[in-house]
Ligand binder design. Sequence first.
Ligand SMILES: [Zn+2]
Length: 94
Amino acid sequence: MTTADRSRFAEYRDRRRGGPPRTPQPCGTIGAARRHQRASEPLCDLCRPVWAAHQHEQYERRKAIALVLSKQNPHLTLTEGQRQTILGRQSIES
Ligand SMILES: [Zn+2]
């Protein structure tokens, strides 16, 4: 979506909704960190630690899922590809 499309869509959305655009999440939130990323901006000092903690949480969550799966299926051995799918890959762009 180009910038022109985006603002046209925003106008349309606001007309449909009959209200002003939503207020974006302030810095120091996941939403703000994602906004920086969408805009290809570096994360600011408020957003960086919040995003890192969120990523760590997600990583621990995926690890816990993998552990539960392996306990439920003791004979299941994951291939490297399956393990990578569960544990996630380091994002290429970050
Ligand atoms: Zn920020």
